[in-house]
Design a protein around this ligand. Structure first.
Ligand SMILES: O=C(O)/C=C(\CC(=O)C(=O)O)C(=O)O
Length: 293
């Protein structure tokens, strides 16, 4: 594990390989984060991990090396509800990044409008107990009702609480984007209980999107992620207009199994084997959600 003298952890490789797969022009990495830089954007006192700096310069260098053109920067839990590091990343992208914020549900309409002006297009509700202290559903619904026009809600949860979350998800009045497909057990295969439950969720509303992301987190087998590909490719084919893809760089909490970003990109043509599917996954779908205006 790579930890510096201040106990700060590095969860990403410094030597990602160049992928074989060449993304289509305009491809969007629709799930990534920035950490700090801490000197300018300190981490939250409630952060559950203390990462080394992974700022916009590193993110944009990786974007270019991997063959992508745009990023959607998702506020990571280590920055709590202070979105300045994410806003800084967006501001420095020359219009090539948009973001998803994490907010105190009591946020005012004026502050939400400022986030919109800074390039945010959604908010994230995180239900992972190892990442956040509480996830108040009633307050989440209150803020979801007050979002700027065109925004959506990103939800991060694990498969074992999907059924319990269904009434809450049903009540969210704007489009939903589900991080990492709600973390199914991909070793169950494409027809396993977790994928069936997730498909039932997708079938319940036409405006639920998902990120076909994180083979590194979800695959018990590890590289080359055959179990992930077998479980996820049918989902991308069947819900082609609702699938998004992202690197998840800098891979928070993955310091014990740091993925190769080039290897992650090379999973794309295995879950989206045709040029048409790749265009939707990497360009058309994220552009509809994040660059509609
Ligand atoms: O990067 C992700 O999507 C997943 C994370 C980190 C995270 O969500 C956060 O810190 O906000 C995880 O499973 O530890």
């Amino acid at each position: 594990m790579s930890t510096d003298e201040f106990g700060r952890v590095r969860s990403w490789t410094l030597e990602p390989t160049k992928p074989r797969f060449v993304p289509p022009p305009g491809a969007v990495d629709a799930h990534c984060h920035v950490f700090g830089p801490m000197a300018d954007f300190p981490f939250s006192a409630k952060a559950k991990y203390l990462p080394q700096d992974a700022g916009p310069d590193q993110l944009f260098a990786l974007r270019d090396m991997l063959g992508f053109e745009r990023n959607v920067i998702v506020q990571a839990s280590c920055h709590g509800t202070d979105n300045s590091a994410t806003l800084n990343g967006i501001a420095r992208s020359n219009g090539k990044a948009r973001g998803v914020a994490v907010v105190d549900p009591a946020i005012s309409e004026t502050e939400l409008a400022l986030l919109h002006a800074g390039g945010m297009r959604g908010i994230r509700f995180n239900f992972l107990k190892r990442l956040v202290d509480d996830a108040p559903k009633d307050k989440f619904l209150d803020v979801a009702r007050r979002l700027p026009a065109g925004w959506h809600v990103v939800v991060y949860f694990e498969a074992d609480i999907l059924e319990e979350l269904r009434p809450f998800l049903d009540a969210v009045p704007v489009p939903l984007v589900i991080d990492h497909m709600g973390r199914p057990d991909v070793s169950q295969g494409p027809d396993g209980a977790d994928m069936r439950a997730f498909r039932a969720l997708l079938d319940s509303r036409p405006d639920i999107w998902f990120k076909a992301t994180c083979p590194d987190r979800l695959s018990p087998q590890g590289e080359p992620y055959d179990d992930f590909v077998a479980a996820v490719a049918p989902l991308v084919a069947d819900y082609a207009d609702r699938a998004l893809w992202g690197t998840d760089w800098p891979h928070p909490n993955m310091e014990h199994r740091i993925p190769d970003d080039g290897g992650l990109v090379d999973v794309i043509p295995r879950i989206a084997p045709t040029a048409e599917l790749q265009q939707k996954l990497l360009v058309d779908n994220p552009m509809r959600l994040y660059w509609a205006d």
